[in-house]
Design a protein around this ligand. Structure first.
Ligand SMILES: Cc1ncc(C[n+]2csc(CCOP(=O)(O)OP(=O)(O)O)c2C)c(N)n1
Ligand SMILES: [Mg+2]
Length: 557
């Protein structure tokens, strides 16, 4: 116990964070952050102590997405910071507001083992780096970091030398106003009537309209407005991958548009003559680089409408507005149509079709990943929070049409594997009362499998469903299609049930689906954490890979 009563700089820094409303912090301690973290915990902040810094930041990212607020992580200086370099660009590209409290090497030392120039490392990822070297100003600088993270929706890393943190506090007695009290609260932007008239004419002239919604539509609460516009114009609905599930209860929703589009969706998107992109960034993947709707014009409804995105000319028609207000104005302005593209038969086809009907030969004792997902889709409780990870198997897991957007998290920016377990921890921390289920690949899970210990220790309610093909499936299928040796992509079936037990968690291996419904209902009764390891066939190739590698093996032709 400390005996001196004079507060240290780290005391005041912890108070500054608490004042910013930080109630959860993902942490891995070292010399340069541990005193601050201890004080933050004393302020009533829930500390989730993870086992790898990457996972602290990745968990904070999912927490930020789920809460619609800033996520907070802390790491020590030097090696603590260098571990962040894969997660930071993902947070930047996913526009996630995150603040990282990082230490810096002590200023007083002529030489320090963990010293490295942290700023260029961090800024190279697109994140902001704030060097805090003047103790008296630090609380204001912390406030400003939160302001920037909230306003720019971007990660901000704060670096503070730990010798400065340990100094007695000599600054002002009171903290500055927190960022929330300073941020402007702008009202949603209404569209200009001329833009609405032009866009309405475009819709009136089109025959086959698809309303494609992204996260901007989700955040603006534009789901119902999009459905109403589609109903009035006889249009079909679709979403980007992160917004999947926004129209889960609409019979005319084609599912995701992009690499994860189900079979029927591909067919109908091809026929579209107008795609109305609402609150989405028209990313390359969302339209398959424009190949998914070759005949369609694009109208972009967004607060920041785009002509060019990720190197592609994406939209010639624009309606600048808040997603909900823009779509509502359009719905009011377009005449209802008598002849509609959508029909009852189409709805029945969308409902009854398999996402992918291609037939593969499945090896004895192994499962078809598509059937695993179909059974899970049918039996997992509706209120469970779902997290989809990465890899080839994420195509299959994304095909759960009954799941609502707010219960299914996907962050794919930067395309790294290994994030699933952290994203699930972030969701579990944000929704402690709910059961979380993570869908992951064997390779991705293995990359940060140490976090099973965190899950166990913090009693996080995470059921991990592993689609175990004994391989880096993405690489395996691509190598096979090129006729290349498979070395480095095939590893064999690792025993995740035993690994789970090693961490004190229950684990089960599935080589048949017969018992799955019963086990789901038993698990729903108890909840908690476990690993369910599904041994699936490495012969089932997702439609995306089949499309991108048409020279694939004969059986996939
Ligand atoms: C950090 C990182 N390393 C490597 C890759 C390349 N990569 C993409 S998918 C993948 C395989 C993932 O394997 P698994 O999680 O088992 O999923 P599967 O593809 O087998 O379904 C790899 C290695 C990557 N995307 N990110
Ligand atoms: Mg795999």
């Amino acid at each position: 116990m400390k005996t001196d009563t004079k507060p240290r700089v780290y005391d005041v820094l912890a108070q500054a964070f608490a004042q910013e409303g930080v109630r959860t912090c993902f942490a891995l301690l070292g010399d340069a952050n541990m005193n601050w973290a201890a004080r933050l915990a004393e302020q009533g902040c829930r500390m989730i102590y993870v086992r790898h810094e990457h996972c602290a930041l990745a968990s904070a990212m999912a927490y930020a997405r789920k809460q619609g607020d800033v996520g907070v992580a802390t790491v020590t200086c030097g090696p603590g910071v260098t571990q962040l370099i894969t997660a930071l660009p993902a947070a930047v590209r996913a526009h996630l507001p995150v603040v990282v409290f990082a230490g810096e090497a002590p200023l007083k030392s002529g030489w320090y083992n963990q010293e490295i120039d942290q700023a260029p490392l961090v800024t190279a990822t697109g994140a902001a780096y704030h060097r805090l070297h003047m103790p008296e100003r630090m609380p204001v600088a912390v406030r400003d970091a939160f302001l920037q993270a909230r306003r720019e929706r971007r990660p901000v890393v704060i670096g503070i030398p730990f010798d400065l943190q340990a100094r007695p506090w000599e600054g002002p007695a009171s903290l500055p106003k927190p960022s929330r009290e300073l941020l402007p609260r702008p009202s949603p932007i209404p569209p200009h009537p001329d833009d609405v008239a032009n866009a309405a004419k475009l819709i009136a002239d089109a025959e086959r309209v698809v309303v494609l919604a992204g996260l901007g539509a989700v955040e603006a609460g534009a789901g119902a407005a999009c459905k109403a516009l589609a109903a009035k114009t006889g249009a079909l609905l679709s979403t980007t991958l992160p917004a999947r599930g926004l129209f889960h209860d609409d019979p005319y929703c084609l599912g995701i548009s992009g690499s994860f589009t189900p079979e029927v969706g591909l067919e109908y998107l091809k026929e579209a003559d107008l795609v109305i992109g609402v609150g989405c960034s028209l990313a390359y993947h969302a339209g398959g680089g424009g190949q998914l709707w070759p005949k369609a014009k694009m109208l972009h409804v967004d607060i920041d409408p785009l002509a060019v995105s990720q190197g592609q000319e994406v939209a010639r028609q624009h309606l600048r507005a808040d997603a909900r207000l823009g779509v509502e104005a359009l719905t009011a302005a377009v005449p209802a149509r008598d002849r509609k593209w959508r029909t009852d038969a189409m709805a029945a086809r969308i409902r009854d079709s398999k996402p992918d009907s291609h037939v593969f030969e499945i090896e004895p004792g192994l499962l078809d990943p598509r059937e695993v997902v179909a059974v899970l889709e049918k039996h997992l409780p509706r209120e469970w929070e779902m997290v989809n990870s990465s890899g080839h198997c994420s195509w299959f897991f994304a095909q759960m049409p009954s799941r609502a957007q707010d219960k299914f998290l996907t962050i794919r920016e930067f395309g790294a594997i290994g994030n699933g377990i952290s994203f699930a921890m972030g969701v579990a921390a944000a929704r402690p009362e709910r059961q979380v289920v993570l869908f992951d690949g064997d390779g991705s899970l293995m990359m940060h499998v140490q976090e099973l210990e965190t899950i166990k220790r913090h009693r996080l309610n995470i059921l991990i469903v592993v689609m175990n093909d004994g391989a880096y499936g993405s690489e395996l299928h691509k190598l096979r299609s090129e006729g290349m040796p498979e070395d480095g992509s095939v590893f064999g079936y690792c025993d995740f049930a035993a690994i789970a037990r090693g961490f004190g968690l229950p684990g089960k291996t599935f080589k048949s689906l017969a018992e799955l419904p019963k086990l789901v209902s038993e698990f729903a009764g108890s909840g908690g954490a476990a690993i369910w390891d599904f041994h699936v066939s490495p012969s089932v190739v997702s439609p995306t890979i089949r499309r991108a590698h048409p020279q694939n093996r004969k059986s996939q032709a």
